[in-house]
Write a protein that binds this ligand. Structure first.
Ligand code: CAA
Ligand code: NAD
Length: 294
């Protein structure tokens, strides 16, 4: 896929990263979020990430300026009408995703590629009520998007071969590696990664080790780039609870069931790095382990 007009819906953790990756790859990008206050936050996140890439010599200052210029925040879904590709990265709940695609189908051309960044919902469930379900595929990016080289490209039972090819070409154009997966809840990575993250919380609940020891153990003993509690904070505890519930609902296997501690933390507003507090307090210069009364 050559340079195209990309629409991104949802300017949170993932949407801001996807918008940045697309802009760095030379695409013009329109970003929409239903929460206008999120725009400034997303702008700041993108700015900081582009700055880091320049600092590390992975991007020239000129390329930073050009990428920044290519991203525009738009107030309505109708503004996405001219897009060639629209990627959604809104909340991990089926009904709003279905409503979004139905609304976008009314404003976009019939040949616009639709892609969901869902972590665990089925792609085909999102096509309910669509006239053209064949153009919806999954493009599952990983967090942090600017750093993670993988995208899972997901074919639903209705996705057309043309849509899959367009998705694969788009991912290659971003300089990322694609793997194709069936439309099974969790795809490849989350099917394996989510039970591991939930098991870490269960190990903490059972007192197998402290949070910081479990994190250190998995880094130093298993060669993971970050421990499970740091990763939970990166992904967002609210998102992990939703993903766990959805995969559990699909397979009825207890290893996908979110443990009580995780739910309590979300209830307390400790959703991880994005809110400033999760298993760690991220508001200081260095992350500090939270006192969770365990
Ligand atoms: N933008 C730009 N640059 C960034 C960045 C960002 N958002 N985050 C980190 N960097 C840069 C740093 O500046 C640094 O550059 P140098 O190597 O040139 O010094 C480099 O990346 C490494 O950063 P750090 O030293 O701070 O940290 P690190 O070595 O631990 O790497 C990491 C960071 C790539 C995030 C690494 O820790 C990692 O791979 N962690 C695991 C992430 C992971 O598992 N993600 C998947 C989550 S699951 C998911 O996404 C699916 C889902 O549906 C939930
Ligand atoms: P987030 O909470 O950081 O951001 C979601 C954004 O969507 C928010 O800014 C919110 O205002 C906006 N939004 C919600 N409903 C909307 C709507 N109807 N229209 C427009 N904007 C809307 O969430 P996130 O972590 O970026 O996750 C987004 C999606 O990406 C989810 O489906 C999630 O499962 C998936 N995902 C997350 C990760 C991760 O590590 N967090 C990784 C891969 C995929």
């Amino acid at each position: 896929m050559t340079q195209v007009l990309v629409g991104v819906v949802g300017a949170g953790l993932m949407g801001s990263g996807i918008a940045q990756a697309a802009a760095v790859a030379g695409h013009e990008v329109l970003v929409h979020d239903s929460n206008g206050a999120q725009w400034n936050h997303a702008r700041g996140v993108i700015e900081a990430s582009l700055g880091k890439l320049v600092e590390k010599g992975k991007l020239t200052p000129e390329a930073l300026l050009a990428a920044r210029e290519r991203i525009r925040f738009v107030p309505t879904l109708e503004d996405l009408a001219p897009c060639d590709v629209v990627i959604e990265a809104i909340v991990e709940t089926l009904a709003p995703k279905q409503a979004l695609w139905q609304a976008l189908e009314k404003v976009c051309r019939t040949d616009t590629l639709f892609a969901t960044n869902t972590s665990s919902l089925s792609v085909v469930d999102q096509t309910i009520g669509l006239q053209h379900p064949e153009r919806l595929i999954g493009l599952h990016f990983f967090n942090p998007v600017p750093m993670m080289p993988l995208v899972e490209v997901v074919r639903s039972v209705q996705s057309s071969p043309q849509a899959m090819l367009a998705g694969l070409e788009f991912v290659a154009g971003l300089g990322k590696t694609a793997v194709t997966t069936r439309d099974e809840s969790g795809f490849i990575v989350n099917l394996l990664l989510v039970p591991y993250l939930l098991d870490a919380v269960r190990a903490l609940e059972r007192g197998v080790g402290s949070m910081t020891d479990i994190d250190a153990a998995m880094k130093l003993g298993a060669g993971h780039p970050m421990g499970p509690f740091t990763l939970l904070d990166f992904v967002g505890l609210d998102t992990v609870v939703k993903i766990g519930e959805i995969i559990f609902d699909q397979y009825r296997e207890t290893r996908y069931a979110p443990p009580p501690l995780l739910r309590r933390m979300v209830a307390a507003g400790y959703t991880g790095k994005k809110s400033g507090k999760g298993f760690y307090d991220w508001t200081g210069d260095v992350p500090a382990a939270m006192e969770l009364g365990l």
